[in-house]
Design a protein around this ligand. Structure first.
Ligand SMILES: Cc1cc2nc3c(=O)[nH]c(=O)nc-3n(C[C@H](O)[C@H](O)[C@H](O)COP(=O)(O)O)c2cc1C
Length: 170
């Protein structure tokens, strides 16, 4: 599959089968995330892999959606603000940008292996912080539930038109 087809066929999976995910597959997608580029190569990320049912149940309290409970794995992606690059002179923190690139690597790699995933950012940040006792400079930026999709249904890809988002400056 060429890269365009891989990217075009990925979609947010919000219904997972109970089939467990092989550890080698998780390691593979995390290695793909590990090689993502980051500002000044600071790599201000950490990935917490949750597979234990008791911890997953606690995590469900951070995001109340029935579908979220169906994922056998959830990756909590944490940005380390004490390691991220801040641009001078405006002090813009590139932590979110770096994390987004790593997550995009991860979700595309998961899709390539037949796994589904979904970004979740609309979670209760404070509950999540407390659950893992994260220090103030460590920000849980996204929860990424992962598993085998429960069904074959692919939603329609709704995107802005190409000409609407691209301007060729000549
Ligand atoms: C930064 C970000 C945050 C998101 N947060 C959530 C979320 O909290 N809950 C959810 O169900 N989907 C979330 N999504 C998934 C988007 O809704 C989804 O990617 C978008 O609708 C495009 O659909 P597709 O991923 O199927 O192509 C998020 C996506 C991104 C990139």
């Amino acid at each position: 599959m060429n890269f365009l087809n891989l990217a075009a066929s990925r979609f947010s999976v919000r219904n997972f089968s109970s089939r467990s995910v092989e550890k080698e597959k998780l390691e593979y997608i995390l290695k793909v995330a590990q090689i993502a580029p980051s500002a000044v190569n600071f790599q201000p990320w950490h990935f917490y892999i949750i597979t234990q049912s008791e911890t997953l149940e606690k995590l469900h309290a951070c995001y109340h959606r029935e579908w979220f409970k169906t994922a056998p794995v959830c990756i909590v992606v944490v940005g380390n603000h004490s390691q991220s690059w801040k641009r001078k002179p405006d002090d813009k923190d590139y932590c979110d940008v770096d994390i987004a690139i790593a997550i995009d690597h991860l979700t595309l790699a998961a899709h390539d292996l037949g796994l589904g995933s979904c970004w979740v950012c609309n979670f209760n940040l404070e509950k999540c912080r407390q659950l893992f006792n994260f220090a103030p400079h460590l920000e849980p930026i996204a929860l990424i539930p992962i598993g085998y999709p429960a069904d074959e249904t692919k939603p329609e890809k709704k995107r802005k038109k190409f000409d609407e988002i691209v301007t060729w400056i000549e």
